[in-house]
Design a protein around this ligand. Structure first.
Ligand SMILES: [Zn+2]
Length: 405
């Protein structure tokens, strides 16, 4: 619920750089989706300048309070049941190649309190979210193992529909059975996540899955990296109705900085190109040699560089729309850095956030509003999810099996 003055009714004003810096520094910036583990697993050193993407320690340090590193499991790992293997390797790259390698900068974190403590200690809290529900290989036991290893959210699908949840798009070439949302087992996955205290993430899921999640979850739900469909009708984005449902459920929409999700103009220009590139991207993901895979993906991303990117103003418009529809308490940041083929001009890494702070202040947002958007709202969701898990403590673990057709 937002009790503030309608933001669009306020007059733009000039803002002093000292205020911009102070407000940015005081807000705990929590990014709920960064794909740099897909690079560190192939040998990239996060302490060095990342020339091909957006995430590196020099640009995070001093600007970022907490990162949800994406434990991304590509759909190709479903073939031959290698998803769990990949999930564990991705978890290991976060703990070994990021946290253990730079212990003065990162600290392993799993709770809202851990994030607050890291902020006091001037460190970046490092958390994990699994991207792609196929990671659990249809087993609630694996879900529990991932929770025990520190995973605190799971995106129920990636672009691929799995055995229990529909995705918004499908890049696999196998014939997919669509369930019309979540299957009975899929609903148990959500219930078990509630019981454990793992946030349910609806980014990438089909609208039908979204509706089933909202009806099933007894804890707040997040869209970890999605923007607003009213401004850019990409189906990866949330409709106004979905944003309102997330707000009513106590959750958040975490605005994604990928150009194709920010800007209708970019999306329209990119669509034909993406239709051509997506199958090639799927093929590139299957390459066993890390260097060859990275080179193929970089080449694909480079091809999309011919289209003028989205801008900082597009990000501001997306945030503002989400606030107008869902309220100031239900919007956050999920950059999708290192997982995007295009990021906005003027907002291409964490060290550029002062520019976003300035733009939001000039639009009439106050320091408290910015604190909520940057991290306060997702902290509230985390606390609510943690509290719900305590309430459900007496509930026995679920052990249902997937209902395969
Ligand atoms: Zn994603």
């Amino acid at each position: 619920m937002c009790l503030c003055v309608p933001l669009h009714a306020q007059t733009p004003h000039t803002v002093a750089q000292a205020d911009v810096d102070r407000i940015t520094r005081d807000a705990i910036l929590i990014d709920t989706h960064d794909d740099v583990p897909s690079n560190t697993i192939d040998g990239y050193d996060i302490g060095t300048a990342n020339l091909k993407a957006q995430t590196d320690l020099p640009r995070m340090r001093g600007f970022l309070g907490a990162e949800f590193f994406a434990v991304f499991v590509d759909a190709s790992y479903v073939e031959g049941n290698h998803s769990a293997n990949r999930t564990l390797q991705m978890i290991d790259t976060v703990t070994t190649d990021i946290i253990a390698r730079y212990p003065h900068d990162f600290v392993f974190a799993t709770t809202a309190e851990d994030i607050m403590q890291a902020h006091k200690d001037h460190k970046i809290a490092a958390l994990m979210g699994i991207e792609g529900g196929h990671a659990i290989e249809d087993s609630l036991r694996l879900l529990r193992v991932y929770y025990a290893l520190g995973v605190r959210y799971m995106t129920l699908t990636h672009f691929n529909t799995n055995d229990w949840a529909d995705a918004q798009g499908d890049i696999t070439d196998v014939k997919v059975h669509h369930h019309g949302g979540l299957t009975p087992f899929g609903k148990d996955v959500v219930r078990e996540m509630n019981r454990l205290g793992m946030m349910v993430d609806v980014s990438h899921t089909a609208d039908s899955t979204f509706n089933d999640v909202i009806a099933t979850s007894t804890a707040p739900v997040i869209a970890s990296h999605s923007s607003c469909r009213a401004l850019d009708d990409n189906t990866r984005n949330m409709t106004d109705e979905m944003i309102r449902a997330l707000a009513a459920n106590g959750g958040t929409i975490q605005i994604n900085f990928e150009c194709a999700y920010l800007s209708q103009r970019y999306n329209d220009q990119a669509k034909p190109l993406m239709a051509k590139l997506m199958p090639r991207y799927a093929e590139a993901q299957k390459l066993a040699d890390p260097a060859a895979r990275q080179a193929a993906i970089t080449a694909i991303f480079a091809e999309s560089a011919s289209i003028p990117p989205a801008t900082l103003e597009d990000v501001v418009a997306q945030i503002d729309h989400a606030v107008q529809v869902g309220g100031i308490d239900h919007v956050g940041i999920g950059t999708d850095f290192d997982g995007s083929s295009c990021v906005p001009v003027g907002l291409d890494s964490y060290n550029k956030f002062p520019a976003l702070t300035r733009a939001l202040l000039e639009k009439g947002y106050g320091a408290k509003d910015i604190q909520k958007i940057y991290g306060g709202n997702i902290l509230r969701v985390m606390r609510a999810v943690e509290k719900r898990a305590v309430e459900l403590k007496s509930m026995p673990p679920l052990n249902s099996s997937v209902d395969k057709k």
